[in-house]
Design a protein around this ligand. Structure first.
Ligand code: PMP
Length: 299
């Protein structure tokens, strides 16, 4: 069955879901987005994702033409139309169609796109054996140039970092900020474990305030683990007992090698394992998984 995509109030079969070549989202990466997951029909942390979308939009002076409730409804209706239980949801708001030229005022109506798709899961082995990462020369966008808190459509900074890591034979890139402190990865936040405590860069290191990051911090604190949001350097990465990445799609992924240095014992560490188990329990249990969608699911 062809997936249906929501564009500006209407559902289109995916082959017909198209935007104008004059959309400033395409021409300039001018727009914002969210990546969300639904687990067994429950959309995880929907309110947080919607709030972040509207804040990203506000930061770029983009007025989303529908309110948050209408956005939620549009999302539910798209999920329902596709009859999806476990899905990856992409909310996109572009500046809209306008004349060539950077002025945002050239675009009159922002476009809203909602894609609900099957979730492409990472191979389960990866959560046991972990991934190999490298620190890259491409620094994370300076907050005074383009604040990484804005989840905007221009991901060139991250793509350049990803190219560097792939060229170096590693699957993920760890990006530093302009001062040389660890910031985040290309599509995930980063944590390290040292002596039983968790350390992650603070938001003002110049990172996206990840919703998975916040959830993991909360889960860890509830479990009595000390979590520090502090600046740290490559030295702390190289000498960490464990390292993992967090993101909506990937959840919690262990990193077992950084710049050729083996992290801990070279396998998914104990704290990473336990946080992953807790995270999976939280996302998959109907009581805590978030907002239930009025989706009729074929079983
Ligand atoms: N950092 C970046 C640059 C990202 O793109 C993402 C996810 N898209 C994250 C971190 C993780 O954020 P979240 O946990 O909200 O998915």
């Amino acid at each position: 069955m062809a997936l249906k995509v929501y564009i500006d109030g209407k559902l289109f079969p995916q082959d017909e879901a198209k935007v104008s070549v004059f959309d400033h989202g395409l021409l300039y990466g001018d727009g914002v987005f969210e990546g969300i997951r639904s687990y067994n029909g429950n959309v995880f942390k929907l309110q947080e994702h919607i709030d972040r979308l509207y804040e990203s939009a506000k930061a770029i002076a983009l007025q989303i033409p529908i309110n948050k409730e209408e956005m939620q409804e549009a999302l539910y209706n798209t999920l329902k139309a596709n009859n999806l239980k476990d899905s990856y949801i992409r909310l996109v708001v572009t500046r809209g169609v306008g004349k060539l030229g950077l002025e945002h005022t050239k675009c009159k109506i922002p476009s809203i796109i909602i894609i609900t798709d099957f979730i492409e899961l990472y191979p389960s082995r990866l959560y046991e054996v972990g991934i190999d990462a490298v620190t890259v020369r491409t620094i994370r966008n300076h907050f005074e140039a383009l604040n990484p808190r804005i989840k905007c459509l221009n991901y060139m900074n991250n793509i350049l970092a990803k190219i560097e890591s792939l060229n170096a034979g590693a699957s993920e890139a760890i990006m530093l900020n302009a001062e040389g402190y660890v910031a985040e990865c290309t599509g995930e936040n980063i944590f390290i474990v040292k002596h039983g405590e968790l350390l992650t860069p603070p938001v003002n290191a110049g990172i996206l305030k990840g919703i998975t990051r916040d959830t993991v911090i909360e889960l860890a604190r509830k479990g009595g683990i000390n979590v520090m949001e502090e600046l740290f350097t490559r030295y702390e990465l190289y000498t960490a007992d464990e390292c993992f990445l967090t993101g909506t799609a990937a959840e919690i992924v262990p990193v077992v090698k950084i710049d050729g240095r083996v992290v801990g014992n070279g396998k998914c560490g104990r704290m990473t394992q336990s946080l992953l188990a807790k995270y999976r329990e939280l996302t998959r249990s109907p009581e805590t998984a978030g907002v239930a969608t009025p989706v009729t699911v074929k079983t």
